[in-house]
Design a protein around this ligand. Sequence first.
Ligand SMILES: O=C(O)C(=O)C[C@]1(C(=O)O)C=C[C@@H](O)C=C1
Length: 95
Amino acid sequence: MSTPVSEQPTPDTTDAPDIPALRQEIDQLDAEIIRLVRRRAEVSGIVGKVRMANGGTKIVHNREIDILARYRELGPEGKDIALILLRMGRGPLGR
Ligand SMILES: O=C(O)C(=O)C[C@]1(C(=O)O)C=C[C@@H](O)C=C1
């Protein structure tokens, strides 16, 4: 004799990750990250131009150290992210 439907366990689909929905969230996050990275580079470029037009240096060492420290929160990759962000704003070092 088979188990009546009312006594069968409900299939456990509620805990299963919804991959299409999660991918949609990733797509939205990437779009936001790209917008923020672009804006950061733009703002950084403006700050650099104003500073250099006023006789300042291309690099502000202490400020870069603070930014590197900030991104260390993300673990070892954080430093790489910070270095890339800085390079996108002020350009490569040594030029
Ligand atoms: O804060 C500045 O003075 C900037 O020029 C911005 C910025 C940055 O991208 O965060 C870029 C270059 C400097 O060396 C330090 C920081």
